[in-house]
Structure formats: structure tokens, C-alpha cells
Design a protein around this ligand. Structure first.
Ligand SMILES: [Zn+2]
Length: 247
């Protein structure tokens, strides 16, 4: 047996100590990038979006997103802080919930939802990613693999902690914009219907929403549809979960 070189051992220890049990998911998660850096990154991303995108002057649309969004974030257990809501003028259907308390929905998304239940399904799904710490998890995984793959070779006589903290800020910031893994999408689907049901919306409308999303797919699909590939097996998994819960 070859002895493990010190950097690999250090990273293994770090990865272990950074693993946390998430009761909402019923599994362990690696969490090197923590919630406070995510909140900061969420804040930055929101301010950036306000600068680069046009908020819709449609008062009724903004009030609708605020009303539905507030019910969903409270049901998700995220109501302990003030939340910002905005409708952005953008024909491409998109929605996001940022750690730190921000919900954005595009005018394009409002066009494809048939009712408030479907709007709640989208916001619930995005809130699911937040509750599940998916952005932090993905960035932690990327970070661990890049470190294990040799960055630590440099850090043999250096400072792994400093390398992580300098990488963490940017990574977390851009983490929101990258596609999640399929496993994370399925988790967010399940959490999303839990939240919408708890908030008093009809979970079955989530299935119709994802069918609408599927129809948006294809080579020229808008960003949300391409980062949320809504294939038949995913929709079946959601239907099964809803049936299993008796909804
Ligand atoms: Zn998603």
C-alpha cells in the first residue's frame, strides 16, 4: 500500500468535515461553500439583474408574483426574512429564487402558466433548489474534484484554506447560472410540489407546467427550458410522487 500524500489526506479530511446531513433531502451533502457566501452571492446576482434587466411596469403582474411567491417561500420555511419580488421584461420564460431572499419571474414565464398553481410550481421548484443547498453542493463538488485533480499539488507547501476561500466567492456567484444535475432537478421537483401543496395550491398543476416546459424544449429552447430538460421520465417521476402522496 502506498502512503497517501499529505495534500490528498488533508482534502479527504476537509471533504468529510464539510459533509452535512440535509433533513429535507434525507441524505448527506458536501458543503465547502457555505450559506453565508451564497447569501452574499445571491445579493450580488440580484443587484446585477436589476441593473441589466428591465422590471415590468405592470403592477398587477408584480403583485401576482409577490402574492404567490410569498405563500410559497413561507411554505418552504424561508419566510423568516423579507423577500424581494420582481417581474422582468423578457420574452424567454425564466424564473429564479436566490438565497438571501429574491424571487424573479419573466413576462415570458407568466405567458406560459395557465394559473397561479403553475406559477407556484415554478417558484416552488426554484425554492427547492435553495432549501436543498444545490448551488453550494455543486460548487463544493466542483471544488473538491478540481482540488483532488491536482490544484493541491501547488498547495503542498501552501494554504488550501486560502485557495478555497478565494475560489468560493466567484464559484458560488456563477453557480446559480449553471444547470443542476438530474438528481438535483428531481429533488427540486419533489420539494417544489411539497411547498406548493403546503401553500394551498394544486400539486397536479405542476405536471402540466412541466409539460408546457417540455413543449418549450428543442434546439432553440430558452435558457430555463434548456437548464431544466423536462423529459417524459422526469414528468412520470413527478406524477408518481404526487400519486404516492395521495394528491
Ligand atoms: Zn431546477
Amino acid at each position: 500500500m502506498r502512503p497517501i500524500p499529505p495534500p490528498a489526506a488533508a482534502i479527504a479530511a476537509l471533504a468529510l468535515s464539510a459533509c452535512a446531513y440535509n433533513p429535507d433531502l434525507g441524505r448527506q451533502q458536501i458543503a465547502i461553500v457555505d450559506d453565508s457566501s451564497l447569501t452574499k452571492a445571491g445579493e450580488q446576482a440580484w443587484n446585477e439583474t436589476l441593473k441589466t434587466s428591465k422590471v415590468s411596469p405592470d403592477k398587477a403582474a408584480n403583485a401576482r408574483v409577490r402574492a404567490v411567491g410569498q405563500r410559497v417561500v413561507e411554505a418552504a420555511g424561508l419566510g423568516g426574512r423579507p423577500w424581494d419580488y420582481a417581474v422582468f421584461e423578457d420574452a424567454s420564460p425564466n424564473a429564479f429564487v436566490l438565497p438571501g431572499g429574491h424571487v424573479g419571474v419573466t413576462t415570458g414565464l407568466l405567458k406560459i402558466v395557465d394559473n397561479d398553481d403553475q406559477l407556484a410550481a415554478v417558484i416552488g421548484h426554484e425554492a427547492g433548489h435553495v432549501v436543498a443547498h444545490h448551488a453550494a453542493e455543486r460548487q463544493s463538488q466542483n471544488l473538491t474534484s478540481s482540488l483532488v485533480l491536482g490544484v493541491l499539488g501547488v498547495a503542498a507547501g501552501g494554504d488550501a484554506g486560502r485557495a478555497i476561500s478565494s475560489y468560493g466567492g466567484d464559484a458560488a456567484k456563477y453557480g446559480f447560472l449553471l444547470p443542476f444535475s438530474r438528481k438535483q432537478e428531481l429533488e427540486a421537483d419533489r420539494l417544489g410540489v411539497d411547498f406548493m401543496q403546503r401553500a394551498g395550491y394544486r400539486p397536479r398543476e405542476a405536471v402540466i407546467l412541466w409539460e408546457h416546459m417540455q413543449a418549450q424544449g428543442g434546439s432553440s429552447s430558452p435558457q430555463f427550458a434548456s437548464t431544466h430538460p423536462s423529459d417524459a421520465s422526469r414528468i412520470v417521476a413527478l406524477q408518481n410522487y404526487i400519486a404516492q402522496r395521495g394528491w
